[in-house]
Design a protein around this ligand. Structure first.
Ligand SMILES: C[S@@+](CC[C@H](N)C(=O)[O-])C[C@H]1O[C@@H](n2cnc3c(N)ncnc32)[C@H](O)[C@@H]1O
Length: 368
């Protein structure tokens, strides 16, 4: 099922999108402009100015020559494709963390968006969204044009892949169903959320609170937030109603009161959430898919789990066994974790079609 929200597209952008090779599009090429401008994003990135030696984010030596990587762009629903990596040198930078509020005008959130359904979950079409944003000027964060022009799904330290749904997301979703994972009353973090489908399922499953985090501010604003809205009880249907009946920001904000949205690098994100409340309650569940591709980030990721997970909580992580070209993968990450001696790791599910994928659980070795 596909819904369109007031959407027109410049022809040359259609050509650019065609080069992305994304999923089938239903475009009206007779129209010739993007109807309304989208707001810019507050991503701050200190390329070249950040003192890498002072940040544990970079204290792990890259494996081989994988100083950074580039994932070839592939169809969204290409989440189902295998990983294809190339080497790509780039100066790393750090995305400063910030919290994103639900905008007052929720109609704007779905402007220029097309909603599709995958695994029973409505979500915005990323390829359409990319196309709508291609013509826009973002002084700070132009990850769409960078990702399109470099034909990559990942530019280390700049864009970390949240603009597409990666296949291990579906492995975790399947695991939730198979293992009947109970979200009711839990405080959940969707770490490296991209589309946010994991957190959305937790939200639908009665989680007490769900936090979404992505490296890129634009991903939160243009993908995660709209997806959460269309999956909320009165989200998409409410938006289709004529103005007087349309769901107001207030009503939706109430419905989504237990959701919070953050962008930024993991260490920065930890500092932000831990300082955001006087008595921060840690997460019962941290859900994370395809976030261990880069060994440079292991230290920061491990610390995030350590700092934010409740002592009786668990991390459910889904990953490919190995990320060619970047060097990360399940074996290396588990070795890293075991050396730190804080968490127990356990393989819950091994998916063996083509490149092996694994669902792993992390729990504290010494729970509270
Ligand atoms: C390959 S994408 C996976 C997105 C999504 N979980 C999925 O499976 O579709 C990796 C995600 O991890 C996050 N990420 C990776 N490295 C990060 C870092 N160092 N700090 C913060 N977020 C990071 C990015 O935001 C990105 O969305």
């Amino acid at each position: 099922m596909t819904f369109h929200f007031n959407f027109t597209i410049e022809e040359h952008l259609e050509d650019e999108l065609a080069s992305l090779g994304d999923e089938d599009l239903t475009l009206d090429s007779s129209k010739n402009s993007v109807s309304k401008s989208q707001k810019g994003n507050g991503r701050k990135c200190s390329t070249g100015q950040f003192d890498l030696s002072q940040n544990h984010f970079y204290d792990h030596k890259p494996v081989g020559n994988a100083t950074s990587s580039l994932f070839r762009d592939s169809p969204l629903n290409a989440a189902h494709s295998s990983t294809n990596l190339q080497q790509h040198r780039k100066q790393p930078c750090v995305s400063v963390a910030k919290e994103h509020a639900l905008p007052q005008d929720l109609k704007k959130l779905l402007e220029n968006k097309v909603v599709e359904t995958l695994s029973g979950l409505p979500h915005v079409s990323v390829s359409i969204m990319k196309m709508a944003l291609l013509g826009k000027n973002f002084p700070e964060e132009n990850i769409v044009s960078q990702s399109v022009s470099s034909h990559s799904d990942l530019i280390t330290g700049v864009y970390e892949g949240g603009l597409k749904i990666w296949e291990c997301t579906f492995d975790l979703l399947a695991y939730f169903t198979k293992a009947n994972v109970n979200f009711a009353g839990k405080k959940v973090l969707d770490l490296g959320c991209g589309s946010g489908l994991l957190g959305i399922i937790a939200f639908k499953g009665g989680a007490k609170e769900v936090h979404f985090q992505d490296y890129n501010s634009l991903v939160i604003d243009e993908v995660t937030l709209p997806n959460v809205v269309v999956n909320s009880p009165s989200g998409e249907d409410g938006m289709k109603e004529p103005a007087p009946k349309r769901v107001t920001g207030l009503k939706l904000a109430q419905e989504l009161g237990q959701c919070r949205f953050f962008s930024g690098e993991w260490s920065e994100f930890c500092d932000l959430v831990l300082n955001s409340e006087k008595h921060f309650i840690k997460y019962d569940l941290i859900l994370t898919s395809e976030t261990i591709y880069n060994p440079d980030y292991y230290s920061s990721l491990h610390q995030t789990f350590h700092r934010l997970l409740d002592t009786n909580g668990r991390v459910l992580l889904a990953s490919k066994a190995h990320y060619f070209g970047v060097g990360g993968g399940v074996h290396l990450f588990r070795k890293f974790v075991e050396e730190r001696n804080v968490f127990e790791t356990r393989a819950l599910e091994i998916i063996d079609d083509g490149l092996q994928r694994i669902v792993v659980e992390l729990t504290f070795k010494h729970p509270g």
